[in-house]
Design a protein around this ligand. Structure first.
Ligand SMILES: NC(=O)N[C@@H](CC(=O)O)C(=O)O
Length: 380
């Protein structure tokens, strides 16, 4: 589990890291070391930005330090066409803070009726970088998702291979007979594995993986064709965090948090330096009352804390030298896009996460609300 302890790092452990700078703070009585890390500007390969006032409220938390983000299409109604994706991209660009260099990479929401022609249009647009598979009923705004992947969607999948368009997968089965904690594994066995056998040249990103089974599956596939995004919450929380001291709605997301053994397997995979895993926050803002009511919705709002959490995970694994590949190289390399050229700084200093962010329609509660974290990001 993530523990927030300050100025406790062992510098010798970090000494092989070329991008580390260390400043001694002489003003303090006890000598205190302030560490700074300069890394290539990261990208977020899985982000929910929403629309309207909520979009305006959350977009700065991502655009401040990330260069690009893959924008999820599960709006109401969903982004099912290239025309809609381009219009949505314009509205995101309009809501960006001034002087910020952030590119929203758009996605299409796959349905049973998506046509192969739509994939061609998506590729030609230069705005769309992936097609998102939500099994119908799997998560927030997935009612219009896919019910017949191996039937109605086959021509679209063939065209995606042809266009080298990645399929971004919410990897959970939806059938009520399958225990919620087993839904990712059953999805791998019943859907993903046969899909990849049928389309070995289809690029697939298994989004927000939560289990050891997903790690093993991704590692068993061809590098460059199957990869996975990993969220901050699945790296530092296990399913106990849903019930610690009472029901914790702000830790509830889908796929749901899993056992500690799964969390450890994911940490090991991402901190190993494997190119198959990259940063995707799945930051999913919901207005506070929609999370705290009798039937609260799924989604963790982690954009304000994501980089601090990822850095801490790599630090605690003694793998800070592998952080930059995870945050800034593996994603663009997989998508065939150039890496960012600008840099950001992460400073190992305590900072307090706001307890909430107010906006026109209410409040949004971030992950680790009110807690103190380290590794504060800033622009260089
Ligand atoms: N992650 C979540 O729990 N929620 C996401 C949808 C999703 O990615 O599953 C949302 O849009 O709120």
């Amino acid at each position: 589990m993530l523990k927030t302890s300050f100025f406790s790092s062992n510098i010798s452990q970090l000494s092989p890291l070329p991008i580390l700078s260390i400043r001694r703070q002489t003003k303090l009585k006890a000598p205190c070391v302030k560490m700074e890390l300069s890394i290539t500007r990261p990208d977020d390969w899985h982000l929910h930005l929403r629309e309207g006032e909520l979009l305006e409220a959350v977009v700065p938390h991502s655009s401040n330090h990330f260069g690009r983000a893959i924008i999820m299409p599960n709006l109401k109604p969903p982004i099912t066409t290239t025309v809609k994706a381009v219009a949505y991209q314009k509205s995101i660009l309009k809501s960006l803070p001034e002087n910020c260099d952030f590119t929203p990479l758009m996605t299409l929401y796959l349905t049973d009726t998506t046509s192969p022609n739509e994939i061609q249009l998506a590729r030609e647009s230069g705005a769309v970088f992936g097609v998102k598979l939500y099994p119908a009923g799997a998560t927030t705004n997935s009612e219009d998702g896919v019910t017949d992947l191996f039937g109605k969607c086959l021509p679209v999948l063939e065209e995606m291979v042809h266009q080298n368009m990645p399929l971004l997968v919410h990897g959970e089965v939806t059938s009520s007979e399958v225990d919620i904690f087993d839904r990712e594994k059953v999805f791998i066995d019943k859907i993903l594995s046969p899909l990849i056998q049928k389309f070995p040249r289809l690029k697939v990103v298994m989004e927000h993986i939560t289990t050891k089974d997903a790690v093993q599956f991704v590692e068993s596939c061809d590098e460059g064709f199957v990869a996975a995004t990993v969220t901050p919450q699945h790296l530092v929380l296990n399913r106990n965090s849903l019930f610690q001291g009472g029901l914790q709605p702000h830790n509830y997301c889908l796929p749901v948090l899993k056992r500690e053994t799964h969390r450890q397997a994911i940490v090991k995979a991402v901190t190993s330096g494997s190119k198959r895993f990259f940063l995707g926050t799945d930051s999913a803002p919901h207005e506070k009352r929609t999370k705290e009511r009798s039937c609260g919705c799924a989604g963790v709002y982690n954009a304000p804390v994501a980089l601090s959490v990822y850095a801490k995970v790599f630090e605690e694994a003694g793998a800070l030298d592998k952080l930059e590949a995870f945050t800034s190289f593996n994603g663009p390399d997989f998508y065939g896009l150039p890496r960012n050229t600008s840099k950001i700084k992460l400073t190992k200093t305590p900072w307090k996460v706001p307890s909430s962010f107010s906006f026109a329609l209410g409040d949004i509660v971030p992950m680790f609300a009110g807690e103190t974290l380290e590794w504060l990001p800033s622009n260089l």
